[in-house]
Design a protein around this ligand. Structure first.
Ligand code: ACM
Ligand code: ZN
Length: 765
């Protein structure tokens, strides 16, 4: 007990934070003094391949000639075996006599001890003084993964190796390679050469976001890329030297367009043309569950299992539309013969059959959570991506689970506010949100939670065209997830993490990693302060030890601009600039925002019918001072009905002469702009306290009606602004009546359907 208390005291002290180790170790004691590192380190190793592997790695990481093998007595660094330590656990002791790392002989502990040791060295040097520490450490989860999608956009082998190095630094141990998809087949299969000849090439790629252009636009640039088996074996060995397992994924039965382009006989036929896809979507062309297909897939898996010693083989299983199977005579006959009730059961049958093959080779399958539908294969491990529901269900069925829910683990989501970021798929998943994730759902009993074997970040590649962009999306979020994966939840603290993260940016830079630097920019939020009846801008920073300085309107931001101390009141719209400073030096880029501040800002309103969705600031999104942009769906307020009435209460009678709002057009999402907007005003008696929309007796008088004209030749998802002016008059209540876009016109996606209506930011002047 005394020992625990002493440790706890040390844990909370500033010294541990100064160590800046990520992920945070389980138990750290720092003592006074230091160990002066010699120019040449003598290393003492126990006998065995694993210790030598760790030595070889360290030898590569340190300058040439720095390491020598030595007798135990004189050693700078000693690796010690201890059978009783669990796999991956280690002890690292730095004393006046030298460095000792203890692990069980499987060796991962030595490797992780070395990683911690390397992080104790000042960034970019191998000399100086190490703090005297005793670290006792072990991971929270045995599965600590990251997924690279090299199928959508191929990434060179060198980028995979670079990523493996970074994973090793942060103690991740599973690299999931998404090797096949509709847009490309990236693994050489010698028995089926057309997979590369045909499947690894596409003639062009969509421009912009899948949801943006109608019709789609293309870059007209041919792209190709695949890894030879030799290259893949090199990756596997490189990863193994870093105690990382490479888990291959071969998608089935869906996401198979590239394979079917090469071997169309594996499809249900149906007269379709099978091509390597040049845009991103979920496609109806899937493998047909016939003997020829299974023979093919087994042949592919034979070679896959030969290249990848991983116990787990990922067989995909997500997003498999059943349209082709419903129409296919073979599929329907098979369902009857096997007594399968529906196509979900057929997918389950498909996965069971493939699992049998994999299990017969001494391996196990992982599948995306759709493999639960129609019944789980007996040994399957589930990757829960559509939230946690699939993972929870699988754990209850006593199947192993890897949590990778979109809301916390999808690194293809925006990592900065979308207005500040290069294009991403959707969402907003900044580093603090990743960090906050706890993969053990409270709905599960402790017994069931034991089936959650780990967590994985998924870096989907639709919009990742280059290694630099891959790194921008992966980092520094990978560091946050490493702590979700490794560190006990009671030890996690974002403020402390941020302090350590700050020290890791120079390390990432030294490794040539182009991390996102949003951490070095202030956050800016506009908030209506109901008490003060004013709109305020709140500035904050994730980054520690900084000053926030800001400038309003035309003034320039410099190191002597006003220091942010408390929320800044805005009475009208003006650009606001802010940046972070440390010791007089600006840390990151300037950030600029314009908030819509006007007579409607912060005012309550009532919508009839209620919005279909309103992601941010529910109930206040239309007057929250933030104008929605086409790429950021969170700020729009959307309705599924054709007629929408919105009544605002300005809470005092004021003179009005103009209203503006915007209406969104995203044809691929069946969102069309309003075809008519009318404005009515009501002057209630002074002192009326009727809530907005509750004032049925208010006498509204229509003051304007507009049928806007839109330019649909833009062919891009667009925010259409609408301005309606009217003769100045006094009013307290404003009623907007909007008619939706009307049925989708002929020739457009979802033609004839009633579209959604999405609007934002009602502004009154
Ligand atoms: C997935 O994101 N379709 C697994
Ligand atoms: Zn079929």
């Amino acid at each position: 007990m005394l020992l625990t208390l002493l440790t706890a005291c040390n844990l909370s002290g500033p010294r541990e934070t100064e160590l800046a180790v990520i992920p945070l170790p389980a138990d750290v004691t720092v003592e006074q003094g230091g160990f002066d590192l010699p120019k040449v380190w003598s290393v003492s190793l126990p006998v065995g391949e694993e210790a030598e592997r760790v030595f070889r790695y360290l030898n590569q990481r340190l300058p040439q000639g720095m390491l020598t093998l030595a007798g135990e007595v004189t050693a700078t660094l000693t690796l010690l075996p201890c059978d009783s330590l669990p796999d991956e656990a280690y002890r690292l002791e730095v004393s006046k006599q030298g460095i000792r790392i203890t692990s069980n002989p499987s060796g991962a502990g030595w490797f992780y001890g070395v990683q911690t040791l390397l992080q104790l060295l000042p960034a970019g040097t191998t000399s100086g003084t190490l703090p005297l520490v005793q670290i006792s450490d072990a991971p929270r989860f045995p599965y600590r993964g990251a997924m690279m999608d090299v199928a959508r956009n191929f990434l060179p082998k060198e980028e995979v190796l670079k990523f493996i190095d970074a994973m090793a630094t942060y103690k991740l141990n599973k690299l999931h390679l998404h090797l096949t998809d509709d847009q490309g087949w990236r693994i050489e299969i010698k028995r089926y050469p057309r997979l590369i000849e045909v499947g690894s090439n596409r003639l062009r790629t969509q421009l912009g976001h899948s949801d943006y252009y109608y019709p789609r636009r293309y870059d007209d640039k041919a792209q190709s890329g695949y890894y030879t088996q030799e290259e893949l074996r090199e990756m596997v060995a490189y990863a193994a030297d870093r105690f990382i397992t490479v888990i291959p994924e071969v998608e089935m039965p869906g996401h198979a367009s590239a394979a079917l382009a090469a071997y169309p006989q594996l499809s249900c036929g149906l007269g379709k043309e099978y091509v390597v896809r040049d845009y991103f979507d979920v496609f109806d062309e899937v493998y047909c569950p016939k003997e020829e297909t299974f023979h093919f897939l087994e042949g592919v898996l034979d070679e896959v299992m030969d290249i990848f010693p991983s116990h787990y083989i990922h067989i995909g299983g997500d997003e498999c539309p059943k349209k082709a199977w419903k129409k296919c005579a073979h599929c329907q006959a098979l369902m009857q013969c096997e007594g399968l009730a529906d196509e979900e059961a057929l997918q389950s049958w498909f996965v069971h059959r493939m699992e049998c093959y994999v299990v017969s080779h001494g391996r196990d399958i992982i599948g995306w959570d759709e493999i639960l539908e129609g019944g789980l294969a007996p040994h399957a491990t589930v990757m829960s991506w559509r939230g946690e529901a699939g993972g929870i269900e699988a754990a209850r069925q006593h199947h192993n689970v890897i949590m990778t829910p979109g809301h916390s683990c999808y690194f293809d989501f925006y990592q900065q506010e979308p207005v500040d970021a290069p294009m991403a798929i959707k969402g907003y998943l900044p580093i603090d949100s990743v960090y906050a994730y706890n993969p053990l759902p409270s709905q599960l009993t402790p017994e069931e939670q034991r089936y959650i074997i780990g967590v994985q970040a998924n870096i989907w590649g639709e919009y990742i065209q280059t290694p630099a962009y891959f790194e921008y999306m992966a980092f520094p979020r990978l560091l946050a997830i490493s702590e979700v994966q490794w560190t006990a939840p009671e030890r996690k603290d974002f403020t402390d993490f941020a302090r350590r993260l700050d020290a890791h940016f120079p390390r990432l830079e030294a490794s040539g990693i182009a991390a996102c630097r949003d951490f070095y920019q202030p956050r800016m939020e506009g908030v209506w302060n109901a008490k003060q009846q004013q709109f305020e801008v709140h500035l904050s920073a994730l980054c520690p030890d900084v000053e926030i300085r800001y400038a309003l309107g035309d003034s320039l931001l410099t190191d002597s601009s006003p220091l942010y101390r408390s929320p800044i009141a805005l009475t009208e719209e003006a650009p606001i600039y802010a940046a972070l400073f440390r010791k007089g030096k600006q840390l990151g880029d300037l950030r600029c925002r314009r908030f819509a501040v006007n007579k409607a800002t912060g005012r309550p309103y009532r919508c009839t019918p209620a919005p279909g969705w309103e992601h941010l600031h529910p109930g206040t999104g239309l007057t929250d001072g933030w104008r929605a942009t086409p790429r950021d769906m969170r700020h729009w307020v959307s309705f599924y009905q054709d007629t929408v009435r919105i009544e605002l209460d300005l809470q005092q009678t004021q003179e009005l002469h103009r209203i503006t709002l915007a209406t969104l057009w995203r044809p691929w999402n069946t969102i069309w702009p309003a075809r008519q907007v009318s404005v009515a005003l009501s002057t209630a008696e002074a002192g009326s306290n009727e809530p907005a929309g509750g004032n049925e007796s208010a006498n509204f008088t229509e003051v304007a009606i507009l049928q806007p004209q839109y330019d649909f030749t833009l062919t891009e998802g667009t925010r259409f602004p609408i301005t309606i002016s009217f003769p100045p008059q006094q009013a307290r209540f404003v009623r907007l009546t909007l008619l939706g876009g009307g049925n989708v016109p002929q020739g457009w996606f979802d033609e004839g359907k009633l579209p959604e209506l999405a609007i934002d930011e009602i502004e009154l002047f």
